[in-house]
Design a protein around this ligand. Structure first.
Ligand SMILES: N[C@@H](CCC(=O)N[C@@H](CS)C(=O)NCC(=O)O)C(=O)O
Length: 221
């Protein structure tokens, strides 16, 4: 399998994390969003919505939309489970997942921010205020939804809501959101990032991440 991915993309991060947690073998094909590679005709043929990630299967089939890809991966390899088997628990987890994927991510997406900049003419500080506002609201909602009696957001094991949280925390740090009110989320995020499968999905560990932010390789002086 190949994953068309951008290092700093949070939707790509979610899929990378699920691929890693479930132990799939895949190659990353970097797509540079800042150079608008996702707006090309060849990319649009893989994903008419012009966004990463896109998963290419071994027969050349292309799958788009991070949560459609994740559902596919979970169907073909159910273990380890990333959602509860209990219908009520699962519905609660999915509500948290959707609060990230459907409420926050779409309004803070690159194309939306670019539209605020041009043609709407908003200066960088207004765009940053806009992003921080929706991130803050989303994190607050998420923190209210998660359990406080379990190590992870909804249980003893890492699940899809945790993975979505990690992706939002990346953005929250990037946009310098004050994380003081989110101590429970900071705790869950740290626990998730201690998992090598999640660490390998993080932006700084991607082959297309700028060298300046990539950690030095162990064993190399
Ligand atoms: N709902 C889609 C969103 C995909 C998406 O828009 N991804 C972002 C990167 S996180 C992107 O490619 N943005 C490009 C743009 O906004 O022009 C999904 O979950 O896969």
């Amino acid at each position: 399998m190949k994953l068309y991915s951008y290092w700093r993309s949070t939707t790509s991060l979610r899929v990378r994390a699920v691929l890693n947690v479930k132990g799939f073998d895949y190659d990353i094909v970097p797509v540079n969003l800042l150079r608008s590679e996702h707006r090309s005709g060849s990319f649009a043929r893989m994903n008419p919505s012009r966004g990463v990630p896109v998963l290419e299967l071994s027969d050349g089939t292309h799958l788009a939309q991070s949560h459609a890809i994740i559902e596919y991966l979970d169907n073909i390899r159910p273990g380890p489970p990333i959602l509860s088997a209990d219908p009520l628990e699962r519905a609660r987890e999915m509500a948290a997942v959707f609060s990230v994927a459907m409420d926050v991510h779409p309004v803070n997406n690159l194309r939306v921010l670019n539209y605020l900049r041009d043609p709407l003419g908003q200066p960088p500080e207004k765009v940053a205020t806009f992003v921080r506002h929706w991130l803050f609201e989303g994190l607050m909602a998420f923190q209210t939804m998660v359990r406080d009696d379990t190590p992870f957001a909804f249980g003893e094991r890492l699940g899809l809501a945790d993975i979505c949280l990690v992706s939002q925390m990346v953005n929250a740090r990037r946009w310098e959101v004050d994380l003081d009110p989110f101590s429970r989320l900071v705790e869950i995020d740290a626990l998730c990032r201690a998992n090598p499968a999640i660490d390998a999905a993080m932006p700084e560990n991607q082959p297309d991440a700028p060298l300046a932010i990539r950690p030095a390789k162990k064993g190399i002086a």
